[in-house]
Design a binder for this molecule. Structure first.
Ligand code: FE2
Length: 203
């Protein structure tokens, strides 16, 4: 099956993007530190989040293909919580979160936004994403409705604009493992949503 590159917009639309893999210099490995350098350059020179994601998605593909060891860098899911996270790189005042997460089948996240751009590459397993939007941002910012859903599988990349609202459920019968990269979170705008009671909580 063909791999997909997807972009989720602020109003929950799922746009199919061109899958491109930047293999410009295949002569030597594209190592994590070069990826981080490229990320820093992109964040300094490109201010529009959609354009940033256009630049970042191919680099994530290139990194995961060329630095294949990253595909084995994850923690087994915690049987109590259903998930685990492994931070791959962290530095004070470097506004990036780079991690792998694993989830057990049947588990899933609350409905949430990230309040920053994000790129999630599926390394194995399948995740059903449901997408939501605020129905009346001005008067009732906590009121949301579901607008779509999409199953992503190993080899797919799903990317998010900062206002995108989604929920993840692990489908199929194997754990999902993902490589995630996020920008600098605006915690004043990061919420978990309750779609039944129309409430939202910061987290
Ligand atoms: Fe998320």
């Amino acid at each position: 099956m063909e791999n997909s590159d997807l972009l989720i917009t602020a109003d929950g639309q799922c746009e199919v993007c061109t899958v491109s893999q930047d293999l410009a210099s295949t002569a030597r490995p594209y190592r994590l530190y070069r990826f981080l350098t490229d990320m820093e350059d992109i964040l300094e020179t490109v201010t529009d989040d959609r354009q940033r994601l256009e630049r970042i998605r191919p680099l994530v593909r290139r990194l995961l293909t060329s630095s294949y060891w990253l595909q084995g860098e994850y923690r087994e899911p915690n049987p109590d919580t259903g998930w685990s996270v492994l931070t791959l790189y962290e530095e004070p005042d470097f506004p990036l979160t780079i991690q792998t997460t694993s989830w057990l089948p049947g588990r899933g996240s609350p409905i949430h936004n990230h309040a920053t751009w994000g790129v999630v590459a599926l390394l194995s397993g399948q995740e059903k994403n449901t997408f939501w939007r605020r129905t009346n941002q001005q008067e009732f910012p906590d009121r949301i409705e579901q607008v779509g859903e999409q199953v992503v599988a190993a080899g797919d990349i799903i990317s998010f604009l900062p206002e995108a609202i989604h929920q993840v459920e692990i489908v199929g019968d194997e754990p999902s493992i993902t490589f995630n990269i996020y920008g600098e979170t605006d915690y004043s705008q990061r919420f978990e949503f309750d779609a039944v009671n129309h409430t939202a909580q910061k987290f």
